[in-house]
Design a protein around this ligand. Structure first.
Ligand SMILES: [Zn+2]
Ligand SMILES: [Zn+2]
Length: 219
């Protein structure tokens, strides 16, 4: 399938975790989605209030949750003789990875942000997470199933989807910046400190934080 400009740009910033899935023999997802859309009324999708503004976009680009269940059933029959127990399936507006399976809650989560960039990978992600219902880890058994049904081997995520750092620390000695999600208490620059130990001469200084940025915006 031809990639859009936005996808190519995103792919350029890619880490090795993301790769092209093998060509699979089932109809292209676009065809499946179109067919499902013809037969099924789009259902409302549960997203948090954070995402409500963007939700309409979902109706045109991504399958609804009801359609995800239909896809699940379809793949269950195609590849597992219908033997997989049906988990809950939902979109996660916050997750930056493509998908996840939570065995404790018997829940498949599909990353909304990821699939807004790569909508054609929905089917692949779903198949990958379906294998996790029977094989939790990406072990040899998982890989055998993945190649049998033509699903990606590894969970995919995209660096451009990661949340911006809450804190940015800087080393005044070498100028290195350390973006972090968590506050650092006793930390010194890894480049300047010797022997991998804390060195107070190179203690990191808080340069910027999400709080400060908020305050600046309010001014
Ligand atoms: Zn996985
Ligand atoms: Zn330094």
């Amino acid at each position: 399938m031809k990639k859009t400009k936005r996808q190519l740009k995103a792919l350029a910033a890619l880490n090795l975790d993301l790769f092209e899935p093998e060509v699979i023999s089932v109809p292209a997802p676009a065809t499946i989605h179109a067919r499902i859309r013809d037969c099924a009324r789009p259902a409302a999708v549960a997203v948090s209030s954070l995402d409500e503004v963007e939700a309409p976009e979902l109706a045109t680009e991504l399958p609804s949750v009801a359609e995800l269940y239909s896809l699940f059933d379809r793949y269950n029959w195609m590849y597992f003789e219908g033997a997989l127990p049906r988990p809950s399936v939902e979109y996660s507006p916050r997750m930056t990875s493509a998908g996840a399976y939570l065995p404790g809650r018997r829940l498949i989560r599909m990353g909304l942000k990821y699939h807004r960039i790569f909508p054609e990978e929905i089917a692949d992600t779903l198949k990958h997470e379906m294998i996790h219902i029977i094989h939790l880890k990406h072990d040899a058994a998982f890989k055998a199933e993945a190649s049998r049904i033509g699903a990606s081997l590894r969970a995919k995520s995209h660096p451009s989807l990661r949340r911006p750092p809450r804190y940015i620390y800087v080393c005044d000695n070498c100028g290195c910046e350390y973006p972090r999600q968590k506050r650092l208490r006793m930390a010194s620059c890894g480049t300047c400190s010797t022997g991998g130990r804390y060195d107070r001469r190179f203690k990191l200084r808080l340069k910027d934080s999400a709080n400060r940025r908020q305050k600046t915006l309010r001014r």
